[in-house]
Design a protein around this ligand. Structure first.
Ligand SMILES: *Cc1c(COP(=O)(O)O)cnc(C)c1O
Length: 498
């Protein structure tokens, strides 16, 4: 399997190189040369996550030996990092409604599934290419990604992980998760201002070529762990298959029967994995794309126009507060027979005017594959409440957006086939919003989020994941707050160079 850029860069590389590089030199994204593999689903193991993952990884991971893939998968999924033996268990709420819990990893959000395995793949790829520099993963985070990357990369030899987060812009729980991070190669720093300030500071570092050569002369190479890396997308295919196999196994569906997947969407990574799973032969009816108030994606799927000329709203589902969904570029490339000229044209328009319109044929294909809708904060809260009332099951704000959009899909189409909602975070990670949904705003006034978390456990009798319930007892290791202007100096001091 080879990989090439969505924008036409004339070089084909293997998966190991695609994972090291992340982004192509022409700013395109790497995609596999072939995706129609027709894997034999019936022969796949439903209850052995690493083994199932191996079957899906194998054809895509050119440049890796079988034993290397298996080792990476064992370390990621079989060494107690996930608090459920199935890794991503499926819960049945009713005859046709299922929830796929993607939050049993060390940070209680779905990004763990990819970020627990990517560091091992990256390390192997670096070792195999005889790479000598120390890699520095530099990330600006608005919450979930930073913590998940810290947990994934901690104590990986030859790699350092440096995370900056906005002092005003992550929840109390998210902040506590990061500042208590353990590991010998980790660094966490708050930056004054909001997420945009932090992100701008980190972008300035990435585009500073003088700094890059200074770092290189000391044996350091900067890279990001963002969700456009193929090594983050591939692991997300696995749970689409696992959920399906478990429905067949429990006789909820016949083998071959198509189901719907509902995906709370931000950067379009998770749902794109569903698209690739379908290409590999998974019987998917509709991929239901659920946006929050920042409904740029649902507008796009419904109109064919991607228009980022709008204000970003800060919502109760912050991990979906995004205006540029990077991974969409891969989908457009796939829907247009790998035509890099079309993609470059649209992406240039996006850069220059903030918007583009796809042709009629692409728009029609989007409509065949996807249903798209959105839910605002009010609907999100009322959905958390009604799901708890109807099923005694707690969903977080992101998952609630998914459920709300599924409800409108069913109202629109009367489709009553089984639907699987991908649950992307533990409800306890967003305890404040969940409590507010159940008990109203007075129940959360003037209270710390950890207190609310405890009260939510008492109220519902549902246990919180240990990494969250023990947060208050962990030692705070990182207290520094810096300004955006001080980012570069700070990075140099972390790396102990001047
Ligand atoms: C990142 C994230 C999402 C969005 O996933 P994309 O792959 O960016 O679409 C949804 N929910 C949670 C909790 C997340 O952390």
């Amino acid at each position: 399997m080879q990989y090439y850029s969505t924008r036409g860069y004339k070089m084909k590389i293997n998966a190991a190189e695609a994972i090291i590089r992340g982004l192509a030199p022409d700013s395109g994204l790497f995609v596999p040369s072939e995706s129609d593999l027709s894997l034999n689903i019936e022969k796949m193991p439903a209850h052995d996550y690493p083994e199932l993952a191996f079957k899906i990884f194998k054809p895509f991971l050119s440049g890796f030996r079988d034993i290397e893939i298996k080792n990476a998968l064992q370390k990621a999924y079989s060494s107690g990092n996930f608090d459920h033996k199935l890794v991503t268990p499926l819960q049945k709420l009713s005859e046709n409604l299922f929830i796929l819990e993607l939050w049993h990893g060390p940070t209680s959000a779905f990004k763990d599934i990819a970020l627990q395995v990517l560091p091992h793949l990256l390390k192997t790829a670096l070792d195999n290419t005889g790479y000598k520099d120390e890699l520095v993963i530099l990330t600006a985070t608005s919450g979930d990604t930073g913590k998940s990357a810290l947990e994934g990369f901690r104590d990986i030899p030859g790699i350092k992980i440096v995370v900056f987060y906005p002092d005003n812009g992550v929840s109390e729980i998210q902040k506590l998760q990061m500042v208590t991070q353990e590991g010998s190669n980790v660094s966490v720093t708050a930056v004054t201002g909001n997420f945009d300030d932090t992100q701008r500071g980190v972008k300035e570092i990435f585009s500073n070529s003088k700094l890059a050569s200074h770092l290189a002369s000391h044996g350091f190479q900067l890279t990001s762990a963002n969700s456009i890396n193929w090594g983050r997308l591939l692991p997300q295919l696995v749970y689409y298959f696992q959920a399906y196999l478990s429905l067949v196994d429990n006789k909820q569906i016949r083998a071959g029967e198509a189901v719907n997947y509902v995906v709370p969407t931000g950067n379009f990574g998770n749902i794109l994995a569903g698209y690739y799973a379908r290409r590999l032969g998974l019987p998917v009816n509709k991929l239901i794309c659920a946006s929050n108030q920042n409904n740029i994606l649902s507008d796009f799927i419904n109109t064919g126009i991607y228009d980022s000329n709008r204000r970003l709203s800060l919502t109760l589902s912050p991990s979906m507060d995004i205006l540029i969904s990077s991974n969409l570029e891969r989908l457009l490339f796939e829907l247009n027979s790998h035509d890099p000229e079309k993609i470059s044209f649209w992406m240039n328009q996006l850069r220059e005017k903030g918007s583009y319109r796809v042709d009629q044929q692409t728009h029609e294909k989007l409509g065949q594959l996807f249903y798209a809708g959105f839910a605002g904060d009010k609907k999100t809260l009322s959905t958390i409440k009604s799901v708890y009332r109807d099923y005694k099951y707690l969903v977080d704000t992101h998952t609630a957006v998914g459920k709300a959009v599924l409800d409108s899909y069913i109202a629109d189409t009367a489709d009553n086939r089984p639907s699987i909602i991908l649950s992307t975070a533990s409800p306890f990670k967003f305890a404040g919003s969940v409590m507010k949904a159940l008990k109203g705003p007075d129940a959360v006034k003037q209270k710390s989020e950890l207190t609310i978390l405890d009260e939510l456990v008492k109220l519902t009798g549902i246990d919180a994941p240990e990494n969250l319930s023990k947060l208050g007892k962990k030692e705070i290791k990182f207290k520094q707050v810096i300004t955006r202007k001080a980012l570069e100096d700070h990075l140099l001091s972390i790396l102990e160079i001047d």
